[in-house]
Design a protein around this ligand. Structure first.
Ligand code: TTP
Ligand code: MG
Length: 608
């Protein structure tokens, strides 16, 4: 059907003042957890399958649904209606999260905003893709895949029908790609806003899609049985509406705005009214990484400390898998408890959090990891927080424990990051390990003892927190150098360079290194006359102080140089004396080209 109107020339489609300018796709995975299980074990496809959490079947495949098993049914009841129901345990969410992330990432490949909603839903704003398609397609013969909610009655002057038909084709392509590459069948809703796209998505389940044109919005909304059917109306708003005898969406459509404004603030009243009519201007917000990563475990009751510790230990194991997948380094940990109040016969949650040292985590082969010692440290921190939350001199009853990493330090990656230098297979001590080791012991320089996590001093007794990673102590390079006196240098053989830790204090050292280089014109480039370092007599002079930096180029910051480990100093000196021996060109670090190996010199370049 041709829905082109007289004024819908190709160019007018992209006009931003269309009445219905956007094209939104909402995709929901069919029986998500069940599909994940069926993809892992294909033999489950042929049988009615339920995914169990505690006593509930939280979802089931469509085979089981045909037998009468529905979401959130008690296992007992599900087995009654479907005695041959095969149950799999779905309490470990790891595989579901992984699948969810893969789907999200695949949708990102369309290069338009994707907003993740829960585990198995995504909004995609395909407006731009549609605009592009409009330039090249024959809009007279557009086929709409799947279903159309009511046939289009009249062409909308803004040209949205054509755009939504194209959006429907894009949705079809997305669903096909999800199926081809990941094996999941999905449903989609296509409309000019998020509200309608989400609401029409499940109209034809499973494995199908539905497109709605704007003129049907109001009628569609009026048929919704309850105000709670509108996704952004929560239980409290619904209660307030019901108390005013506004029960169905149709009631909400009919109630005068002035009346609504008596019970809600003006903005809220307008928003409610607008939603009831199927209007929604909220944008598709590009999803990023979650602000926190957490897990909870609920149970009937736990009243013994050792049992609590076991619960936390199990939770921690699972949480660390999630953090490794995420890739960011946590710097804050929160413990949550749900306490049963025997007197009031009610439960309430309490949380406590503290900062943790990023050095608990290690980076090995570009992957975040935690050693056994690190895990033990985390558990100690957790139990200290627990002790703060619970008065152990009295009986306690818990019905839930939760753990979450709530703040993260982004790992520095990319060509300019010193991480690249540190992660490479080099046999030198990291400049970054000095501070923590000096802190740990003023006398011992046993770098092997500085295994990941060992330098962490999580003192919860004093204000419960470690020094904030965001406000690290100022690093005194001179003081550090005292720690690293002659004969106490790190032995490269004792170091696992691939497991170097980057904590915030360490990272500050890096920036300080860079700052110094900028402030003090460290780089030869800052002093053109020194660009050529071939002539040692000209460009290098002895340093009286400390006597370590002999033959440094004169424009090198001595303090920085002296604070480096002995091996690194030697490496630098060798390069300065004979750049060709290490493959480093005799040029400014700034001018090093791709052919040059990864060398610490690169990181002596000031920020632009
Ligand atoms: P849904 O999308 O609601 O359900 P679904 O994907 O299983 O089935 P449908 O085909 O109807 O879309 O939820 C997504 C997943 O979330 C679901 O597979 C299991 C999980 N889930 C819970 O953990 N608790 C719940 O109460 C519900 C409803 C789902
Ligand atoms: Mg689903």
């Amino acid at each position: 059907m041709d829905d082109r109107t007289m004024d819908c020339s190709s160019s007018s489609y992209v006009d931003s003042d269309h009445e219905h300018p956007r094209s939104i796709v909402h995709i929901d995975i069919d029986c998500f957890y069940a599909q994940v299980e069926m993809l892992r074990s294909p033999e489950l496809r042929a049988v009615p399958l339920g995914v169990q959490q505690k006593n509930f079947v939280i979802t089931s495949n469509y085979e089981a649904r045909r037998c009468g098993v529905h979401k959130c049914m008690l296992v007992h009841d599900a087995l009654k209606v479907c005695p041959n129901l095969k149950l799999v345990n779905g309490e470990d969410l790891q595989n579901y999260r992984t699948a969810s992330n893969k789907i999200f990432e695949l949708l990102l490949s369309w290069k338009c905003p994707v907003e993740k909603l829960g585990m198995d839903e995504n909004f995609i704003d395909v407006t731009k893709i549609v605009q592009e398609k409009l330039k090249s397609v024959d809009v007279n013969n557009l086929i709409v895949p799947g279903h159309v909610y009511e046939e289009a009655s009249a062409n909308c002057a803004c040209g949205c029908h054509t755009r939504l038909k194209l959006a429907s084709q894009v949705a079809g392509e997305m669903r096909q790609k999800i199926f081809n590459e990941l094996g999941f069948t999905t449903c989609a809703g296509i409309a000019h806003n998020k509200l309608l796209a989400k609401l029409i998505c499940p109209l034809h389940k499973p494995n199908d899609q539905t497109t709605m044109f704007p003129e049907h919005a109001e009628g569609f909304m009026s048929a919704l049985p309850s105000v709670r059917s509108i996704p952004s109306i929560g239980s409290k708003t619904a209660e307030a509406l019901v108390s005013q005898k506004i029960i169905t969406v149709s009631d909400l459509q009919e109630v005068p705005l002035d009346i609504l404004k008596k019970h809600f603030n003006s903005d809220m009243a307008v928003r409610l009214k607008s939603l009831s009519l199927g209007n929604d201007n909220t944008p598709v917000k590009q999803s990023g990484k979650p602000q926190s990563i957490g897990l909870e475990d609920s149970f009937k009751t736990v009243s013994v400390r050792s049992e609590v510790e076991e619960k936390f230990s199990a939770l921690l194991q699972r949480l660390l898998v999630l953090v490794r997948e995420d890739g960011r380094i946590p710097v804050s940990l929160r413990v949550t408890l749900r306490k049963k109040d025997a007197k009031r016969l009610s439960s309430h949650r309490e949380s406590r959090q503290c900062q943790i040292s990023p050095s608990i985590f290690t980076i090995s082969n570009s992957t975040l990891a935690v050693t056994q010692a690190g895990q033990q440290k985390l558990l100690t921190i957790i139990m200290r927080l627990f002790n703060k939350l619970i008065d152990l001199s009295k009986p306690f009853h818990l019905t839930l424990v939760g753990l979450a990493f709530t703040k993260f330090q982004e790992r520095m990656t990319g060509r300019g990051s010193i991480v690249n230098y540190l992660m490479n297979d080099i046999s030198v001590q990291s400049v970054l390990n000095l501070q923590s080791d000096c802190d740990t012991s003023a006398t011992s320089m046993d770098y092997s003892a500085a295994s990941p996590g060992s330098s962490t001093t999580t003192d919860l007794s004093d204000g419960e927190v470690e020094p904030s990673p965001k406000k690290p102590k100022k690093v005194n390079w001179i003081a550090k150098r005292r720690c690293l006196s002659k004969g106490e240098v790190a032995s490269p053989s004792k170091l696992k360079v691939g497991e170097l830790r980057l904590n915030s204090r360490e990272l500050e050292k890096v920036s300080e290194l860079r700052l110094n280089s900028r402030d003090r014109s460290l780089t030869p480039r800052a002093s053109p006359a020194k660009d050529n370092m071939s002539d040692n007599s000209d460009t290098m002079k002895d340093v009286a102080e400390g006597g370590i930096c002999d033959n440094c180029p004169s424009d090198v910051d001595k303090e920085v140089f002296n604070a480096l480990p002995y091996e690194m100093q030697q490496e630098l000196k060798t390069m300065w004396k004979n750049p060709s021996s290490s493959g480093v060109a005799r040029s400014s670090p700034r001018t090093m080209n791709k052919a040059n190996p990864n060398t610490i010199l690169k990181y002596f370049v000031p920020h632009k």
